[in-house]
Design a protein around this ligand. Structure first.
Ligand SMILES: [Zn+2]
Length: 380
């Protein structure tokens, strides 16, 4: 098929993708809808939850009856897609994604779930991380990162995350094309963010339009990547001169959206050398110990701070050699933050508000400094 408006478009590249949707909630439904719009018909829903009465108004694949019958989200989502697109190849997997700091699964169940998650990631071209907690993205982000040097055609890791009136769409390193993962801005290990929280704190409370915007941007970015001559390894779009790097336009590493300002900010990123998920130290430890390393992290996520060396960021003049044989010191950390910051400002200098928001995930010690640098860059 050829589109007269864009003859160079190759829609079959979207149609043939095998997409793994980790999370069948608001984002999972939204991404699946947008994928179907592009003709994509091979997808797998992964979720352990049931449809609740509050879900159908925002989660576009569910009905009130699904909630009344207590149906599993993954199954109800699969059947909804099949009802819309009868020739779709859709699967559903009811799986509790293991999370750092959540040692609630028995050893056997945990091993089974980790093995199943690995099997699913191996069988798909794109892994969409669409869950509603930070820590549930760590295992899949790591498993995707670990395959980038091993496989001829590893999966692409694509994360979508929501705030109240903002969102993030982010693609991580693909083979030799480096980009930050979802955890590259973090300086503490992911932990249990759900215990002792009220229901609205456990679920991401957002303006209703945010999930649709985020899901659409994620799928449009994926579509643009499939059309790029370098595919998922496409370098980030960082300026107007590269706007048409693919027939569908730019392919930034990240897109940050702000509803209050009606703004989308494309961002170029680079991996953080002490990342708690994708740094060489963490990947090496996983390569050495395999699933037993993941089991240790799930039991006690704080070990990630030692393995990655990120734990030393608050220690004055501290130097430490970790098990992977790398040296950490505060000065290098600071340089890394600054370098990452400058890359960020190259594409976002027109929005001081957006840049301030980018800095908010930094620890207080760095936050003030980074905001000052950001403003300096944005004015310069
Ligand atoms: Zn990372």
């Amino acid at each position: 098929m050829q589109w007269r408006v864009l003859p160079s478009l190759q829609p079959e590249k979207m149609k043939d993708l095998r997409v793994l949707l980790l999370g069948a909630g608001t984002l999972g439904c939204g991404v699946a809808r947008a994928l179907m719009g592009w003709g994509c018909r091979r997808m797998t829903f992964v979720d352990a939850g049931k449809v609740s009465y509050s879900n159908p108004v925002r989660q576009s694949l569910f009905t009130h009856r699904d909630a009344a019958e207590g149906r599993k989200k993954a199954t109800a989502a699969r059947e909804a897609v099949e009802a819309i697109l009868p020739d779709a190849e859709v699967a559903d997997v009811v799986l509790d994604i293991p999370m750092p700091g959540h040692p609630h699964q028995s050893a056997d169940v945990l091993r089974g779930n980790l093995a199943k998650l690995q099997e699913l990631i191996d069988a798909h071209d794109v892994v969409c991380m669409l869950t509603d907690s930070r820590e549930s993205r760590w295992v899949p982000s790591l498993l995707v990162a670990a395959q980038q040097k091993e496989k001829e055609s590893p999966p692409l890791g694509l994360t979508v995350a929501l705030g109240f009136d903002s969102f993030l769409v982010s693609r991580q390193t693909y083979k030799s094309a480096l980009a930050a993962c979802y955890f590259c801005n973090d300086v503490t290990a992911p932990a249990d963010s759900l215990a002792f929280r009220t229901l609205d704190q456990q679920c991401t409370v957002t303006r209703p339009g945010i999930s649709g915007l985020a899901s659409s941007v994620a799928v449009e970015l994926l579509a643009a990547l499939t059309q790029h001559e370098a595919g998922f390894a496409a370098p980030s779009w960082t300026g107007l001169e590269n706007l048409y790097s693919s027939p569908l336009g730019g392919v930034p590493h990240q897109v940050r959206g702000y509803a209050a300002e009606y703004t989308l900010s494309p961002v170029e990123t680079e991996p953080f050398s002490r990342c708690i998920c994708c740094s060489p130290q963490v990947l090496q430890r996983y390569a050495d110990e395999g699933m037993s390393f993941l089991e240790k992290v799930i039991a006690d996520s704080s070990i990630l701070e030692d393995v990655s060396c990120v734990c030393h960021h608050n220690t004055e003049n501290h130097t430490n050699r970790n098990d992977a044989g790398t040296t950490c010191d505060k000065e290098n950390m600071q340089d890394s933050f600054t370098a990452s910051l400058i890359v960020t400002t190259k594409v976002s200098r027109d929005s001081k508000v957006a840049l301030r928001k980018l800095s908010l995930r930094l620890p207080s010690g760095y936050r003030q400094q980074r905001v000052q640098i950001i403003l300096l860059c944005s004015e310069g």
